[in-house]
Design a protein around this ligand. Structure first.
Ligand code: FBP
Length: 261
């Protein structure tokens, strides 16, 4: 069952997840009059043939229904960026509730290195156990962060965060890619049998973003969990097509850029 569910969010062993949890993580500051509407982003997920859409449960309950064909990934924890304290993100949705809302997979952010890491480790451990009992895969947003983390985006720290998520049983691990393709190979190795997805980051120019995507795949990553570079794009479906052609069809960056013609 778990393996079948993992396959559901893969095409040719690759995956592109559309992330839309920013309303909680950053606030509506990331949105404009179009993409503030979850229906707009769900439509992109469907028409852009994404492997899954990542939502918090409140949005899933009001906007996602069984007519939606794109698999649903429910993010089980969350926080705002308002308190300037050590990073901690706590569980806000149970697996039972996620499953009742139609979740095909669940996600959880772990800030390894935070002085609160033990709280997240404890919750994540139970989440993996329960999700796997239900036969659904778990995606870890693995972000080293906190006052003791000096270089959060270094290969060393990213590889450590990847390994921690593997040790806890994550099936997919979402990580920051710092632009060092060789270094990312070690990060991917450290993630072992867990599949590596790279985070998209703030909006970049298309050639730059697509080049990064190519590098991530060459280093052994299985795809992306991307948000702003798609739904903040003036033509999200063209962007989705360009990303798909690289991730699923192994096209070159130059070929992918033809999607914008
Ligand atoms: P983007 O591709 O838009 O960066 O989304 C990826 C993501 O991990 C989101 O799922 C999340 O809301 C956000 O980035 C978190 O970013 P940060 O922790 O850097 O604020």
């Amino acid at each position: 069952m778990l393996n079948r569910q993992i396959q559901k969010i893969l095409t040719n062993n690759r995956s592109i997840i559309l992330a839309y949890d920013h309303g909680m993580e950053h606030g509506p500051v990331d949105f404009n009059l179009k993409n503030v509407d979850p229906n707009y982003v769900l439509d992109i997920a469907e028409k852009g043939k994404f492997s899954a859409i990542a939502l918090h449960h409140g949005i899933a309950e009001k906007y996602y229904s069984n007519i939606n064909k794109v698999p649903l990934l429910i993010k089980l924890n969350g926080k705002t960026n308002i308190p300037k304290i050590e990073p901690i993100s706590t569980q806000i949705c149970s697996i039972k509730r996620a499953v009742s809302l139609g979740a095909d997979a669940v996600g959880y952010t772990i800030y390894s290195g935070s002085t609160f890491e033990r709280n997240m480790f404890k919750e994540f451990s139970s989440i993996v156990e329960e999700a796997h009992d239900y036969g659904i895969p778990v995606i870890a947003w693995a972000y080293p962060r906190g006052k003791y983390v000096k270089e959060a985006h270094s290969n060393k720290m990213t590889a450590y965060a990847a390994r921690v998520a593997l040790e806890f049983g994550a099936d997919f691990i979402k990580l920051f890619y710092n632009g060092d393709e060789e270094g990312f190979k070690w990060v991917v190795k450290s993630a072992g049998k867990a599949r590596v997805l790279a985070a998209g980051g703030s909006k970049a120019r298309e050639p730059e973003f697509l080049k990064r995507t190519k590098e991530i795949l060459r280093a052994g990553g299985c795809g992306l969990a991307v948000g702003r570079n798609v739904w903040q794009h003036e033509n999200p479906l063209k962007m989705a097509k360009a990303i798909r052609s690289i991730v699923f069809e192994n096209r070159s960056v130059d070929d992918a850029l033809k999607s914008f013609n």
